[in-house]
Design a protein around this ligand. Structure first.
Ligand SMILES: C[S@@+](CC[C@H](N)C(=O)[O-])C[C@H]1O[C@@H](n2cnc3c(N)ncnc32)[C@H](O)[C@@H]1O
Length: 199
């Protein structure tokens, strides 16, 4: 297991959500254990995504499997975007709401638009944000949603179920679509996916 700095450990803990276990339609939020030397954690480590042992939450789709979890690697994947987040933010892909929840802890984040394609993800996870005046959730396809001239300080794209080179085309589409609409944008695991092309 990789050694983590105190700062990394604090971030990894902060990223974790505390939603209730629940289901809606084909989606569920469930808790799960990651044990130190379990086969599961060795498998994650082999893929460069080891996890600090503990209890975590996952968003599961009945047919597509685990779509998001608040595990170590996911926390680290979202760190740069968290640091960038300020002013008006757009998040494409609500998922387990980890990134939305954590950026709302920053007072410098004044408003967040979230685009989520699945109404049941909004019902299951988005409901925790319905009363937050800084949050607007749009049920729509991030790739095609028309925003007009709207602009954001930061845009974060995370609409993918897993690490796969097929994601590259959508990453490029989103980057092009939002290039003139934000000061900074990022895609989940863009470098890792690009590296997969050469390994
Ligand atoms: C991996 S999860 C996002 C995880 C999120 N970053 C978090 O912190 O929990 C991906 C989400 O994107 C949604 N999604 C997939 N395709 C989409 C699209 N074209 N437009 C908007 N949302 C989409 C999925 O339903 C899912 O909720």
């Amino acid at each position: 297991m990789e050694r983590r700095t105190k700062k990394e450990k604090e971030w990894i803990n902060k990223f974790r959500v505390d939603w209730a276990e629940d289901s809606l339609g084909l989606w569920s939020v469930k808790y799960f254990e990651v044990e130190d030397k379990s086969i599961e954690n060795l498998r994650l480590a082999l893929h460069g995504r080891p996890c600090i042992p503990g209890t975590y939450s996952k968003l599961v789709h009945q047919h597509r499997g685990i779509i998001m979890s608040d595990t170590t690697a996911e926390a680290l994947d979202h760190y740069e975007a968290y640091q960038q987040a300020k002013g008006r933010v757009l998040i494409n892909g609500l998922g387990l709401g980890c990134f939305l929840r954590i950026i709302l802890t920053k007072p410098e984040v004044t408003h967040v638009d979230v685009v989520e394609i699945d109404k049941d993800v909004i019902g299951l996870v988005g409901r925790y944000f319905f009363s937050d005046e800084r949050v607007t959730i749009h049920c729509a396809n991030a790739l095609t949603y028309e925003w007009g001239r709207k602009k954001w300080d930061v845009v974060w794209h995370d609409i993918w179920d897993n690490l796969c080179t097929d994601n590259i085309e959508e990453m490029e589409r989103l980057r092009t679509k939002f290039a003139k609409h934000c000061d900074w944008q990022g895609c989940w695991c863009e470098t890792e996916v690009a590296n997969m092309l050469y390994t």
